[in-house]
Design a protein around this ligand. Structure first.
Ligand SMILES: [Mg+2]
Length: 286
């Protein structure tokens, strides 16, 4: 059911739906009712779903496997992660730069495939030093990595990060420290904050998809369950924002948000969007 009464005609003109995953199309390992119908309808109508995630610790192959287990077939092209967005922006200003990475082996492999040279230690020699320290969600973090990153940051090396999330949900009721929490630790030691953070709420991932596919703002909608990341990134990018109430956000949260931070549309679940696109809602109305 729609919860904010806005005319839904504009949704039929959307060509690309950028979907948050956990809390939007599934919760943990349970697919929400309506997700498969929604994705089928997009396919039938020549529209696209792109899965967007702030998580920079995993290769997209991991997400492809997870979605396949839930009955959704995808390819690498169907994903946009904060790591993709960081590389996309770095390519514009410093392609092939030397990087000191605080990240997982999967992120390291992606950066190397993208043409970046990773520095493995602290060096005084100018030709061996990195141009950037890049911080991701590093589930392989060690004190040694932190020490080296802090040394370079104290020296004034540029500092970018993939995303600002403080915690990553692992299982119901439990979370683990994420990149935003590492940032606070590093800030405590060096007084440095990243000059650029690629993931939501920055609009970078959305802009990347728009540039890649030549899309207008009215042709793109972000569907998500978090106000401070999913919805804010859509507002920052100037595209349509849709909040579903199957995850973190409640109607009370939406009511309490200032007008400029409210989503364009609020639905109980993704099934409601499917019904509008498929015309089911019109049928119910008759
Ligand atoms: Mg979510």
């Amino acid at each position: 059911m729609q919860r904010n009464g806005k005319d839904t005609a504009a949704l039929k003109n959307v060509k690309f739906f950028l979907l948050d995953m956990d809390g939007t199309i599934y919760l943990d390992t349970t697919l929400f009712e309506g997700t498969l119908s929604f994705l089928d309808t997009l396919k039938k109508q020549g529209k696209r779903a792109i899965y967007i995630t702030n998580n920079s610790s995993k290769d997209t192959v991991e997400y492809e496997k997870k979605l396949r287990r839930l009955g959704i077939e995808t390819t690498d092209d169907d994903f946009c992660t904060s790591a993709h967005a960081l590389v996309y922006n770095l390519d514009k200003v410093s392609p092939g730069a030397r990087i000191y990475l605080v990240g997982t082996p999967a992120l390291a492999a992606y950066m190397e495939r993208s043409g970046y040279e990773l520095v493995d230690d602290y060096y005084d020699e100018p030709e061996k030093r990195p141009e950037y320290v890049v911080l991701g969600f590093d589930t392989t973090l060690t004190y040694e990595k932190l020490r080296i990153a802090c040394d370079y940051l104290t020296d004034g090396v540029k500092y970018w990060a993939t995303h600002p999330d403080m915690v990553c949900p692992m299982r119901p009721g439990h979370s683990v420290p994420d990149a935003g929490a590492f940032m606070l630790l590093i800030e405590g030691a060096t007084h440095r904050r990243p000059e650029f953070i690629a993931g939501k709420p920055d609009p970078c991932m959305i802009r990347m998809v728009m540039e890649k596919f030549g899309l207008l703002p009215c042709e793109v909608a972000v569907v998500g369950d978090r106000m401070n990341t999913d919805i804010l990134s859509a507002i920052n990018a100037g595209v349509i924002s849709i909040c579903v109430l199957t995850g973190e956000t409640t109607l009370t949260d939406i009511d309490a948000a200032p007008a400029e931070r409210k989503p364009d549309y609020v639905f109980d679940s993704i099934k409601d969007i499917y019904e509008i696109l498929a015309g089911e809602a019109d049928r119910y109305d008759r």
